[in-house]
Structures are given as C-alpha cells and as structure tokens.
Design a protein around this ligand. Structure first.
Ligand code: SF4
Length: 158
C-alpha cells in the first residue's frame, strides 16, 4: 500500500500555467512517486474552467480573485478548489505538493493583489481549502519534509 499525493500539474511538467508554460521540478523523488502510481496530477485553475493561457490573477484582501484588468475569476478558482477537495476525499489523499506562490496553490506566500510582484504571507484558494480539511500542503521547496511525512504515512499503512 502507498500513500497517495495530490501534485500541481505544472510541477509535473504539464503546460497549464497562466502563461502557457510548465514549471517542472525534475526531482528524482517526484519521479519515483509517479512510478509508484501514487501521484494525482491536478490543476485547480484548469479544472475550474479557465483556459490556457489565461490572464494572471491575484487574490485580493477581500477574498476576490481578479485579473490585472479587473475581471472577477473568483468562481472558477473556488470551483477548482472544491473539485480538488472532492478528489482528495474520494481517494483518501491527505498530502499535497502544490506550486509555491500561486493564487490557487501557494501554501505560505502569495502576491499582494496589486500586480507589482510583491509577496505577502497568505495561501492560495485551493491550498487554504485543503488545509482547512486536514490535508497537509507542501510546496516544491519542502520536498524533503513531504518525503519524511510520506514515509510516516506509508509506515502507518503497514
Ligand atoms: Fe500550477 Fe496550480 Fe497554477 Fe495550475 S493553478 S498552473 S497547478 S500553480
């Protein structure tokens, strides 16, 4: 038995980012997890119905997500987050590896909502929803912590 993990699709090399590119992390650990069949690839923004490419969006202080031109994409972001949670609940996923600093996936920092490249403490919409439901969210900068936690979960599975 092995512990399943939800992973941001862009980290796996899928070109689903707002700019039409991927952000593959080329990690041997991640490759091994894929070979073990425990990786569920997921992009909340695409799942929520947004196209690739799409305008960059940032989370606002009031909880809305707006593009630079002011289009409100909050509903799509929330849909993508809700579907991520459904997927996790269906498959017993309690660990997630999500792309840092994304307005959906970021787990510690996000951009401040003013499109000026300024990071602040905060979480993306999907990362926050998963965490509130007890799913531990790690970024690509926390792979070793995730690996350690995964080993503990695998051991508990026996
Ligand atoms: Fe990657 Fe998440 Fe952005 Fe999709 S929403 S491109 S998975 S960071």
């Amino acid at each position: 038995p092995c512990t399943p993990i939800l992973v941001s699709a862009c980290l796996l090399g899928q070109p689903v980012r707002y700019d039409g590119r991927a952000q593959a992390i080329h990690s041997s650990v991640l490759l091994r997890w894929q070979e073990q069949g425990r990786v569920f690839s997921y992009c909340p923004e695409v799942a929520g119905g947004l196209p690739v490419p799409r305008p960059a969006a940032e989370l606002q202080a009031n909880g809305q997500i707006l593009t630079r031109s002011g289009e409100d994409v909050t509903d799509a972001f929330r849909r993508g987050a809700a579907q991520a949670l459904t997927l996790c609940l269906q498959h017993g996923i309690r660990l997630a590896l999500l792309k840092a600093r994304s307005p959906s996936c970021g787990n510690h920092q996000i951009y401040d909502g003013r499109f000026r490249g300024q990071l602040i403490a905060g979480e993306g919409v999907t990362a926050a929803l998963l965490r509130r439901h007890g799913i531990s969210v790690y970024s690509e900068f926390e792979l070793s912590e995730l690996e350690a936690q995964l080993a503990r979960f695998d051991a508990a599975l026996g």
